[in-house]
Each structure stands twice: as C-alpha cells, then as structure tokens.
Design a protein around this ligand. Sequence first.
Ligand code: HXC
Length: 265
Amino acid sequence: MSKFMSPVWAADIFVGKVVLCTGGAGDICSAQVSALVQLGANAAIIGRRKEKTESKAAEIQSLRAGSKVIGISADVRDFKAMSAAVERTVAELGRIDYVICGAAGNFLATIQNLSANAFKAVIDIDVLGSYNTVKAALDEIKKNRGKILFVSATLHYNGLPYQAHVSAAKAAIDALSQVLCVEMGPYGVTSNCIAPGPISGTEGMARLSRADILESMTKNVPLQHFGEVKDVADATIFLFSPAGDFISGDVIVVDGGAWHRQGTA
Ligand code: HXC
C-alpha cells in the first residue's frame, strides 16, 4: 500500500494526464503529486530552489516505472518564469490537464510586528503566484477541459492571531477559485480548493507550532489527531478523478473537523 493514498483507487485513473504543481517539492504538494503519478499521471513540479525541486522530481518519478516527472525552478511571483515553466511542461510532457497552486509562505507575526514588506511577500507568493500559475496555464487547461486546484486553509474562517497575512491571502485564493469556477465552467473547466488543517510532519506545522500548544491543538481536532499528507492526497485524487467531475467552486476541508472548534477552548 502506498503511503501517499488509501488503497481504494483504480491504479490507472490518471494514465495520459499531466499535472503541473507549484510548491511541488513541499510536504503536502509532493504527496499530492506522488499519488497522482502512482495512479498514472506525469508531472511537472515547480519550486524556487533548483536542487531541492529537481531531486524531489526524481524521487517522485521513481515511484512508478515509466513515469515522467520534471522539476522546474521558478518563482511563482514572476509571470514570465511561470509562462516559461508552462511552455517547458507542454514541450516535455505534451499537455497539462491539472494545475495545483500550492506555493505558499507563512510565519507567525502579530499585525504590530508585520511589516508592509512581510505582508506583501505572503500576498505575492500566495495570491499573485496563484494568479500567475493559472493565467500562464489557462489555454492548456481550457483546451483539455482540465481542473484547477488551490491549496487553501481554514485560518481565515475566523480571526486567527499571528496570521493576518496568510488569512488575507487564503481568503483571496478562495475568491479567485470561485470566479474561475463561474468563468471557466462553460469551457468544461472546474476550480476547487482543498483546505488542509493540521497535518503532521509538514514544514507549515513546524513553522506554526510551538511545543506548548501542540497538545491543545490536538485536543481541538474532533477526531483527536492530526492529519497526514495522504489525507490531502486522497482528497486531490477524488477531485481530479471522474468522481469529482461535477464539483466546482467548492472548498474541501481536510482537517478532522478542527475548524468547527477553531477559537473555542
Ligand atoms: C516577521 C518576517 C518573518 C517572520 C520573514 N519576515 N519572516 N516578519 N516574522 N518570521 C519578513 C522579512 O523581514 C521581510 O520584511 C519580508 O518578510 C520578506 O522576507 P524575505 O525573506 O525577503 O522574503 P522571501 O525570501 O520572499 O520569503 C518569503 C517568506 C518565507 C514567506 C518570508 O518564509 C518563505 O519563503 N516561505 C516559504 C516556505 C513556507 O513558508 N512554507 C510553509 C507554508 S505553510 P522586511 O520588512 O524586513 O523587508 C502554509 C500553511 C498555512 O502556508 C496553513 C497552516 C494550517
């Protein structure tokens, strides 16, 4: 059984499909791409750090004999670089069916300690980066009646301290996805978000968690444990598979029910 997904999916669902994923060398996105590749897809992952991105691409490619996974170093804030990444993906892999916008930035800072440049850095990576990615790949997605997926969050469902920058960014991403759902639906294109909650073993959790609050965070999850990257990958497979064809403009929250208790003792 794969550590990236539940053993319920047909092994060939994504044969002939290509996914382009930003933030693809990160913990959550690499699990999403790994699962898709194991089920037949080829992939391009995009990240800022060349060596990390290329070595993660090679690692994912090794999961299935005959698969092709390329690592492209580019900054999502740079539209020209994203256009070039899309061009290279189409040249090397033939097409793009699915786009995952997963590149994100985060750190804990109160609004009083958040400089204008720090706020802008996260908005630029998350919001402008997502726009750049979708915009650069839009013709391909439209041509292939493809699917767009944003990695959002639940932080902005209520006022979470230390997260003004990320909350504003993720709210914008949810809104962008809704508009894409409506504008691109007539072309057979879907757009959705997945909002992961606390997922163990990720850089995001490491950045956000202090040892003293981990225990209370766990208790705040109705299911009483953190999620795994495979939980996010399973939701991704569902949305990209034919089982998800009629779902658009939605947010699938993968958090064990945690956001329903966010802010409660
Ligand atoms: C306050 C900070 C800071 C911190 C950076 N800054 N870290 N301010 N507290 N801890 C400020 C800097 O001082 C600077 O402002 C501004 O942010 C830009 O910093 P740079 O380092 O120049 O920017 P850049 O290299 O572009 O880095 C972007 C970044 C960085 C967001 C700051 O952390 C990053 O690249 N992160 C990517 C990886 C990541 O965060 N992954 C986890 C995503 S998890 P000044 O004013 O000094 O110029 C996630 C999940 C959310 O998103 C949901 C979880 C449940």
